[in-house]
Design a protein around this ligand. Structure first.
Ligand SMILES: [Zn+2]
Ligand SMILES: [Zn+2]
Length: 96
């Protein structure tokens, strides 16, 4: 059974303590690990790569995924690329 390093959601108390989530270990069949940490890869990067509508498909956790639209997530690297392109074109990315 695979194990994951996840974080407890940041609540009032942990915010007061300047804590950004307490690490917890969870085990179970929860799918792929995040490509950037040991958390559960809840989302897949939807950044288009190459032809034929292929996408990056990198598994990314909620922390490392960036929502760019309804049901659209980009991984860290692709989010930065996307942001740069948007800035160049004078289109500011939506602040989601
Ligand atoms: Zn992650
Ligand atoms: Zn990606």
């Amino acid at each position: 059974m695979p194990c994951y390093t996840s974080k407890l959601p940041v609540g009032r108390y942990s915010e007061m303590m300047g804590d950004h989530g307490t690490k917890v270990t969870i085990c179970g069949r929860l799918g792929k690990h995040c490509a950037d940490c040991g958390d559960v890869g809840h989302n897949l990067c939807d950044y288009p790569v190459g032809a034929r509508g292929r996408t990056c498909d990198r598994p990314i956790c909620n922390d490392h995924s960036h929502q760019v639209g309804p049901n659209m997530h980009y991984c860290e690297t692709h989010f930065r690329m996307w942001q740069k392109t948007a800035e160049r074109q004078g289109v500011l990315p939506l602040d989601l």
